[in-house]
Design a protein around this ligand. Structure first.
Ligand SMILES: *Cc1c(COP(=O)(O)O)cnc(C)c1O
Length: 448
């Protein structure tokens, strides 16, 4: 964790700060907090140049499911590498993309049987928005072109995805570039007044949505939602009831439902798809982050036969003419197939029931801490808020927690005053306990 530089012998960190513009970072902050050069990873552990170990409590930005340098995924990529590393997906196909599409379709019982690929999450969201818009055009409902999104929602940072994102810090500078959208109340369960349940909050939010749909449905193409957990929006959780209510309203008013499961999909919520908790299927479902086990950039948008058939025509321009150079990359698909194989052979969803109980135990201390409120959990996501009045400097709290976490050997990256963990699915019970204790120590240091 070297930060001190010797001009004659620049460290890897020095060279990175000079040449690499890091994401989601005010680069000047690195004058006072360390940039860490990682040289290897094994299981849930990351190692820096000096061999210090860090427990990856946030799955390297919510991507890594089965640990770093997982032998089975390594082998699958290596096997694929011997066959074909990449080929364009227009006019060509290959076994990994076919098998991955079939397996994903089967996981939805064929409800979302058509899979369109891209490389990053934001692009998958763009695809869902464009497909919805285009579908209504093809159906002669050319007025249906606006999107509804939720307060506090996050769907990525390209211009289309950012338009349906409601996180001020990401939007502020770009507002004038973004299309107009309807932003409705989030069903965030933290808003429950005394005597109210999460379901009550969900019902109020859905009632407000119904008013909008009633008035504007002729102009609305789709609503986009992060099912159950608005992750970037401080891990705000809501009742599955909200999804059922929204799905009913969408049916009633002919509006598409886009479920953005980029963060909550792939078992994170406790089921493979978060929508399964509500027993609904959306018109579009996006996946990325965990789908390749955290190995390679891969994203996808799944949709129904109804949507697919609307584009099926003799006319070229009625097709969905969207593309990315690396669409359906065979190596990424091989990593994804290996990940799905691990889900099946190792009964990951069942094991995660135990894993999430371990998680709750490891963070039981936070439930009774008077400086903490809104302790919450959904599957393999656990979060709580540190009361703002107990924090000396709310602007730097997240950064200080990150720094103290590093000292304690854990990688955590709080969002505002929300501390959360979202670990890989392979932690032992001991490692989970260790995570809870280390996060507690880091918090004590920051609040001291
Ligand atoms: C991360 C995320 C995205 C964007 O994915 P990128 O790969 O970062 O573009 C979109 N939606 C949700 C819910 C996410 O968590």
């Amino acid at each position: 964790m070297k930060v001190i530089s010797d001009l004659n012998q620049p460290t890897l960190v020095d060279r990175s700060l000079a040449a690499v513009w890091h994401p989601c970072t005010q680069m000047k902050h690195h004058e006072s907090f360390p940039l860490i050069a990682i040289t290897k990873g094994k299981g849930p552990w990351l190692y820096d140049e000096e061999g210090n170990a860090l427990l990856d409590c946030i799955s390297s930005w919510w991507t890594n499911l089965f640990g770093h340098s997982n032998p089975r995924i390594n082998q699958a990529i290596s096997n694929q590498l011997e066959k074909i590393e990449h080929v364009m997906l227009a006019g060509f196909t290959h076994r990994p993309v076919v098998e991955l599409s079939e397996k994903l379709s089967a996981l939805t019982n064929g409800n979302l049987g058509h899979v369109f690929y891209a490389s990053d999450g934001a692009s998958a969201v763009e695809i869902a928005l464009k497909m919805s818009h285009h579908f209504w055009q093809l159906n002669g409902k050319t007025q249906k072109k606006k999107f509804v999104c939720l307060q506090n929602g996050y769907h990525g940072e390209t211009l289309g995805a950012l338009a349906v994102t409601d996180v001020a810090i990401f939007r502020e500078a770009y507002g004038s570039l973004l299309q107009d959208v309807y932003t409705v109340t989030s069903p965030d369960a933290r808003k429950a007044k005394s005597g109210e349940s999460a379901i009550d909050v969900a019902k109020h939010a859905a009632a407000e949505l119904e008013q909008l749909f009633k008035k504007e449905h002729q102009h609305i193409a789709a609503i986009i939602i992060e099912p159950l957990v608005q992750c970037a929006g401080q891990m705000a959780m809501h009742a599955p009831e909200y999804l059922r209510l929204v799905k009913d309203l969408c049916n009633q008013y002919e509006i598409h439902l886009i479920a953005d499961e980029i963060a909550v999909g792939c078992g994170r919520s406790g089921k493979f798809f978060a929508c399964e908790h509500a027993g609904i299927w959306p018109d579009f479902l996006t996946l990325s982050k965990g789908i390749s086990g955290g190995y390679l950039p891969l994203s996808l948008c799944m949709t129904t036969n109804t949507i697919y058939r609307a584009f099926y025509s003799d006319k070229t321009q009625h097709g969905f003419l969207h593309s990315h150079s690396y669409t359906g990359n065979p190596l990424a698909c091989a990593a994804a197939l290996a990940s799905l194989e691990i889900f099946a052979s190792d009964n990951i969803l069942e094991k995660n029931v135990i894993g999430s109980q371990d998680l709750a135990k490891a963070f039981a201390w936070a439930k009774t801490d008077s400086r903490i409120e809104h302790w919450r959990q959904q599957g393999m996501i656990l979060a709580f808020d540190v009361k703002k009045e107990r924090i000396k400097n709310t602007n730097s709290f997240a950064l200080e927690m990150f720094n103290k976490g590093i000292e304690e050997g854990v990688l955590i990256r709080p969002i505002g005053n929300t501390v959360y963990v979202m670990p890989p699915y392979i932690l032992s019970a001991e490692e989970t306990m260790q995570m809870g204790t280390s996060v507690q120590r880091a918090l004590e240091k920051v609040l001291a």
